[in-house]
Design a protein around this ligand. Structure first.
Ligand SMILES: Cc1cc2nc3c(=O)[nH]c(=O)nc-3n(C[C@H](O)[C@H](O)[C@H](O)COP(=O)(O)OP(=O)(O)OC[C@H]3O[C@@H](n4cnc5c(N)ncnc54)[C@H](O)[C@@H]3O)c2cc1C
Length: 466
């Protein structure tokens, strides 16, 4: 290796979220309707490329009234779509797709309470600067910012921080257009249970048109990351969790190393410094491919190469929304399960041991995060503080399903709840065991949508609907 590589979170999880034009929902196509669109063969695919479908048409309403009209006048199944950044089968449909690409921006805001209402199609990458202009910032967010606000909260998208909740937990009100075309304004004092269901509703209850967030004052963060011995970190993990606003790990399979990432408020006057290194994941892959072929002592060599190439402490300083978001250029597949927070270390150790014993080809780092429990009905953190553990594989590695199937039983052993937007194999009966309010959610869903208009074949399996 010539020069030292700089590890950052974007390095680790593959920098650069280049969503190829072919895989992105084209907003121009989004206006096409009915037969004309079918003739033009609208094709939709998710970011991971593991789901493709050919919707009969895609609607892109420009107002809440148009959403209502659409739901009232157009019969048949409909799936709302955000940025297509889910690996699970929530979105694909041969029927109607509805995008809120044209419903974006700030609806209203309150300087005193630091609350803001936005149109649900607003992208997370736009939300940050918009809020900064208002003196506000989202409390916590995912490590990418390509998603729409509605898409993100519909799957309980989260970042990390034991005292911080998922993005759904910061939603304090929302506007839902039901499958019958009624408009419901939901918040904790109005239809509380429906509100808690809709804050993580998998797009199965209707179309969210507006979201009100409880933000905090705009702030700057300082993120630091370094390479450490995984056993030493796990032995004494409590201070890292307790003493940092945000803490996470990227354990590197088949090595004794993990990347440690901590994020705290930046010191006043610290200069902005946000660098990305999109190629690091591929570099890691190449190093691993060479060292694993060595006849003996490959662990020792691999650890040393990692220390040499990626060992420096890195700093990332700037506005919170810039520090927390990382580009992704390397396409990958992901499975994530959330286990009870106090079981995280044991579960991670078992996952790493399973990979070491049975998945010799895997070099992609894991991700390990803490999230505070909330009162959503079926969010992964519903009434439970969670530790989210993700495994990934390069999208060009055809056996990613075998890898995920190998690791998944470990998560089941720890009562893991699958991330709604990521790949998993669980269905209705398994989910009923993991979510105390599962049947209640299903009942609410059936009442709102007795004809099952909001369901695709995947969601029918998820909810056990014929
Ligand atoms: C590279 C990458 C990095 C990621 N990083 C993280 C991470 O750090 N943390 C994390 O928790 N997750 C992460 N995810 C997962 C991602 O945040 C979720 O899958 C999220 O739901 C995707 O949002 P989207 O806008 O792309 O929605 P889509 O994937 O298009 O849709 C997701 C769900 O939202 C519903 N939906 C969309 N719009 C509406 C609407 N207006 N009304 C009702 N329902 C609607 C859809 O029907 C669907 O059920 C990542 C995904 C990728 C590809």
């Amino acid at each position: 290796m010539g020069s030292k590589k700089h590890w950052t979170r974007r390095n680790l999880l593959g920098a650069g979220g280049t969503v190829s034009a072919a895989l992105m929902l084209n907003p121009l196509l989004a206006t096409a309707v009915g037969e004309a669109a079918r003739k033009r063969q609208i094709k939709w695919a998710n970011w991971g490329g593991n789901h493709r479908s050919q919707p009969s048409h895609i609607a892109a309403p420009q107002s809440e009234e148009e959403v209502v009209d659409f739901m009232r006048t157009l019969g048949g199944p409909v799936r709302p779509v955000g940025s297509g950044h889910s690996w699970s089968g929530l979105v694909p449909t041969d029927h109607s797709m509805l995008t809120l690409d044209r419903l974006k921006g700030v609806v209203s805001h309150d300087e005193e309470t630091l609350q803001a209402e936005v149109w649900a199609g607003t992208k997370l990458f736009a939300y940050g600067p918009m809020m900064e202009d208002l003196g506000q910032a989202i409390v916590n967010m995912s490590d990418v910012n390509y998603q729409t606000m509605a898409g993100a909260i519909s799957t309980s998208t989260h970042g990390t921080g034991a005292a911080l909740g998922s993005m759904s937990s910061y939603v304090i009100g929302l506007q839902l257009v039901t499958p019958r075309g009624e408009v419901l304004e939901l918040h904790a004092d109005n239809e509380k249970e429906l509100f808690n269901a809709a804050r993580t509703g998998l797009g199965s209850l209707g179309v969210i048109t507006r979201l009100r967030f409880q933000n905090r004052e705009k702030h700057r963060l300082h993120q630091q990351e370094w390479l450490a011995d995984i056993d030493e970190v796990l032995e004494d993990i409590e201070p890292l969790i307790r003493d940092n606003q945000q803490f996470e790990l990227f354990p590197i399979p088949h090595s004794r190393r993990t990347i440690v990432v901590v994020t705290n408020e930046a010191e006043a006057g610290a200069a902005d410094n946000i660098e990305d290194d999109p190629g690091a994941l591929n570099d890691l892959r190449k190093v691993f491919d060479v060292t694993r072929k060595l006849p003996a002592g490959e662990d020792f060599i691999y650890n040393n190469v990692l220390d040499y190439a990626f060992g420096d402490t890195k700093h990332r300083i700037g506005p919170s929304y810039k520090v927390l978001a990382h580009p992704r250029t390397v396409r990958f597949m992901e499975m994530e399960y959330t286990v009870p927070a106090d079981q995280g270390v044991a579960c991670l150790r078992e996952v790493l041991a399973t990979i070491k014993a049975h998945a010799p080809e895997v070099s992609f780092p894991l991700e390990y995060r803490y999230i505070k429990g909330d009162d959503t009905m079926i969010g992964m953190f519903s009434e439970r503080d969670g530790c989210a553990i993700s495994v990934h594989q390069f999208a060009d590695e055809p056996r990613w399903r075998d890898y995920f199937a190998l690791v998944e039983p470990v998560f089941h052993k720890y009562q893991g709840r699958p991330h709604w937007g990521k790949w998993h194999s669980l269905r209705d009966k398994d989910l009923a065991v993991l979510y105390p309010r599962w049947e209640e959610f299903k009942q609410i869903r059936r009442e709102l949508d007795p004809e099952g208009r909001m369901l695709n074949p995947y969601l029918r399996e998820i909810f056990g609907e014929p």
